[in-house]
Design a protein around this ligand. Sequence first.
Ligand code: SF4
Length: 373
Amino acid sequence: MTTELHTSPYTSEAAPRVDQPKHAALSASLLDWYARERRTLPWRERRDPYSIWVSEIMLQQTQVATVIGYYERWMQRFPTLERLADAPIEEVLLAWEGLGYYSRARNLRSAAQKVVASHGGQLPRSIEELRTLPGIGAYSAGAIASIAFDADEPAVDGNIVRVLTRLFALGGDPKRAPLRERLWQLARALIPKGRARDFNQALMELGATCCSPRSPRCAQCPVQKHCLALARDRVADFPEAAPRPKITDQSRAAAVVRRGGRVLVVRAGATAPRWAGMWQFPDTQLATGDDPSEVLRRSVEQSTGVVVDALDCVGNLRHQVTRFRIAIDIYAGRARSGRARPIEYAEVRWSDPELLGTLAMPAAHRKIARSLV
Ligand code: SF4
């Protein structure tokens, strides 16, 4: 899993001198191990910058095992950057459906359009230009520059933070200065000249397969003799644990409104704070003491113009999005009157339940849609 933890890639001028033989030996051991043990992954079979960029964005906040299928389907559907730039946003969101963090998909498409408009369809090579593209932060820029263009640039993701803080027994909050800067400087200084492509991937691979968060396999680690945390028997102390985000409970109600054989679905606008551009059943947040069916019935009418007979609770589901633990009660009812129109949404539609599979939906609403067919 990778996360955009960092905001500034430090320049080579700022890098500390770590050219001592032991650091060179550490890097060499890691590269040898990577050459022997690296996993075969579909994006490692390709060298074109577009496919590397797509894989890096998908791998943010998502496990490799999950990404593989999505990546292969994506590359079949959008084999080139131009094809992605031309694709309707709905098609892009549908291809991304289930991966979550949908801003990544919207940013990929926006960035592809910008590359076509301003860079002749070629992903730029420099860190500075890469970082002007939507969704590309310091980590992604470093990963693309090193893996796609062989530039000796570091790329510090969550895996590399874990490996480096353990190898060098570095305390402090890795998301903040001064440790954040120190990690980028170390990652840069450890790159053997001309080898950033393999070296960055080797560090990530070590973090993903050997130096895992809870049960690192130190006995099999290719750099164990260099590891200060292991030598001090303090592996569990690094990296410093981030404070857990406070989980907020939220109650919502969603309406399955039928007219004839169709159901009412709505699409959030491109700038909506939640699920922008995606389809869902009309829903509303509930406050303590609300009568859910009445609040929902009023919400459907205010947001779509459709007047609904009484709504009956037919089920519920729970899911978690970032720091929200959401309970959704599902209500069903029939439309009595009113023409469906997009009062508070970008679009409303009466859809055949069989066709809901062609609309991009967030996971919770996809579950409701599946229950209808
Ligand atoms: Fe991680 Fe253990 Fe290797 Fe140190 S020895 S880098 S803690 S796997």
